[in-house]
Design a protein around this ligand. Structure first.
Ligand code: FEO
Ligand code: CA
Ligand code: CA
Ligand code: CA
Length: 594
């Protein structure tokens, strides 16, 4: 404990205790305030939240469910760019048992969707997508500017366009859209990124959950859908909207699973699905400018045994080209046992990506990016989540959340643990310090889990306290000092004796590998966001699905609207728990976590 908090640490804040209760906790000397909750008004004229009288129309004007990625754009010309800007927030998915009174828990195995009416489905569709909020800090406190003309809700039905190599091709055409360019809505948007040209990248992840039905026999999409574990039949949408039933619309799934680019400063702009970046279960899309000026976007595909990708634009990030992301090269990573790695291009006509192997065009390569990466022999990873570059050091951090399905005979140097229940973090160093380079070296920063249990094989530094270790790294952020902050998904009393939260993670010097607990979520929640203002004075964090039961605790009662595991953040018996975004600031000002 001494070393973690003593001189020499780059994280001098006072660590919080790991644990689990109904509330959130932040390091002493900081304030963590609720900025916006599920149901709060977003659009001018939005009705007040009434959980017992929800409607699709109301939800489409209110803050959506399960806030995940958070990005901040300073308002151009603002007197203080860290006190006035636009906040963009993903609404990843919905928990109907916690949202709707009287519904109870759905039997997802049976997929019978008892009680799921068209209205409830349409509320769910309106609760997905994203929000754009104008926010301002006055007298130290952040608030959402009411009735802002920037305010926007994006949902599962918002008109969008497909751009890049798959746009307009046969495999993305449907009965409703014979052009193959006019997609409707975005779903399961997990993490994302912000670009230097002022746009929001928001990433579609587990899109297979929303589809039901059975493909027609002999469908040419069979292998593609199977590789995406689709349809997974977790939502009732296909019952009321035929496009989510693959028997009726086998191509609709090919219109999801993309990175979506949105201009938050133009509320009338049409979101663009950038197909050049590939179609898979995108976690995030954090980018950095390469030595020659190209923009490089690192991407994880969040599935057990799936891959790490990067996209390198053809043009320069500062070219002024608003469609920069339509031209470039998608690559997938191979991690070799000698600590070297290679970015392999996913380009039609190169190597095995030819008609003999069912790739007839670059559209086939990007739609079936996983199948193309399989052909190239990419390294099967333990669920790649956020991948972020550190601009101070040039190193890149890959969060690998867990993989309980990896068997002893399937381990490799970059995924060295069988039954990897707690995940690990890999650090990449691009050759010549150039993110566009085809080669890199890599090493494991930390194997996660309880270092006190020898069988777990965790490798946190010896300076890490009983509170400082964590499992299941998911999202991450690098602050202006080049310090790494890790947000987790999957810690719970039954698994790690602690709730999810944020841990500071030392990457440099003698303290490398030291974790330190900074923020903790309430019962049942996952930690999302996190994102700093440019000067690190505010840290935005997103508390997702508060109130869920501890799934692996055999004594836990199923959590429902009537009986959630917590009623955070309102603690009002008439209110269900509500996912919410918080602002963390340091009392008296200054950088968070110093
Ligand atoms: Fe939506 Fe990969 O977490
Ligand atoms: Ca999530
Ligand atoms: Ca995530
Ligand atoms: Ca996750």
């Amino acid at each position: 404990a001494q070393a973690a908090q003593g001189p020499g640490t780059r994280f001098p804040f006072e660590e919080i205790e790991a644990g689990s209760d109904a509330h959130h906790h932040v390091a002493p000397g900081h304030d963590a305030e609720i900025l916006i909750r599920w149901g709060d008004p977003v659009l001018p004229g939005a009705p007040a939240f009434d959980p017992r009288n929800q409607t699709p129309a109301a939800q489409s004007q209110q803050f959506g469910y399960n806030n995940d990625f958070v990005g901040y754009f300073p308002m151009p010309g603002a007197a203080d760019p860290a006190a006035h800007g636009l906040l963009v927030v993903n609404h990843e998915y919905t928990n109907e048992e916690l949202m709707f009174p009287g519904l109870g828990r759905q039997d997802t195995k049976a997929a019978d969707f008892k009680g799921m009416t068209r209205d409830l489905v349409d509320i769910e569709m309106a609760a997905h997508g994203g929000s754009v909020l104008e926010i301002r800090r006055q007298d130290g406190r952040w608030t959402v500017v009411p009735d802002s003309h920037y305010a926007r809700r994006i949902t599962a039905t918002t008109p969008m366009v497909l751009t890049g190599p798959a746009a307009g091709t046969e495999r993305v055409k449907t009965a409703a859209d014979p052009t193959g360019r006019a997609a409707l809505g975005m779903i399961n948007n997990c993490a994302g990124g912000t670009t230097p040209w002022g746009t929001w990248l928001t990433c579609e992840e587990n899109i297979n959950y929303y589809f039901s039905g059975a493909l027609p026999a002999g469908s040419p999409e069979a292998a593609n859908h199977k590789r995406f574990n689709l349809p997974a039949r977790a939502y009732a949408w296909g019952r009321y909207h035929e496009r989510f039933d693959v028997a009726h619309e086998p191509n609709e799934p090919n219109r999801f699973g993309w990175v979506v680019e949105i201009d938050p400063f133009d509320p009338t702009s049409v979101p663009k699905k950038r197909t050049a970046l590939g179609r898979f279960k995108h976690e995030g899309a954090a980018g950095i400018v390469a030595r020659q000026g190209q923009y490089v976007i690192y991407q994880g595909d969040d599935e057990r045994f799936d891959y790490v990708y990067k996209f390198v634009t053809t043009g320069r990030a500062d070219s002024g080209d608003r469609d920069l992301l339509d031209s470039g090269t998608l690559h997938v990573a191979r991690f070799d046992a000698d600590g070297r790695g290679t970015w392999m291009p996913l380009v039609f006509g190169q190597g095995p990506l030819t008609p003999e192997n069912d790739f007839a065009s670059q559209a086939d390569v990007v739609i079936g990016a996983r199948l193309a990466a399989d052909r190239l022999g990419a390294t099967k990873m333990d669920r790649p989540e956020d991948v972020e570059a550190n601009p101070k050091t040039g190193k890149v951090y890959v969060m690998l959340t867990n993989n309980g399905k990896r068997k002893a005979g399937e381990v490799d140097a970059a995924n060295p643990r069988a039954d990897n229940r707690f995940g690990h973090i890999v650090e990449l160093t691009p050759d010549d310090g150039d993110h566009a380079a085809p080669g890199f070296t890599w090493e494991i920063l930390v194997r996660c889990g309880d270092p006190g249990l020898a069988a777990v094989g965790a490798t946190f530094s010896s300076a890490t306290t009983k509170d400082g270790w964590f499992g299941m790294p998911d999202n991450c952020a690098v602050d202006g000092l080049g310090r790494l902050w890790v947000a987790t998904d999957g810690n719970a009393p039954s698994r790690t004796g602690r709730n999810d939260g944020i841990w500071a993670m030392e990457t440099e010097g003698a303290g490398r590998g030291t974790g330190k607990h900074f923020f903790r979520v309430p019962h049942g929640a996952e930690m999302c966001g996190p994102y700093f203002t440019p000067d690190d004075t505010t840290f935005f964090v997103a508390v997702q699905h508060p109130g869920e039961a501890d799934e692996e605790d055999p004594k836990a009662v199923p959590a429902t609207f009537e009986a959630p595991a917590t009623r955070w953040p309102d603690f009002d018996p008439a209110m269900p728990p509500r996912p919410a975004v918080l602002t963390i600031t340091k009392r008296g000002g200054g950088r968070v976590g110093t």
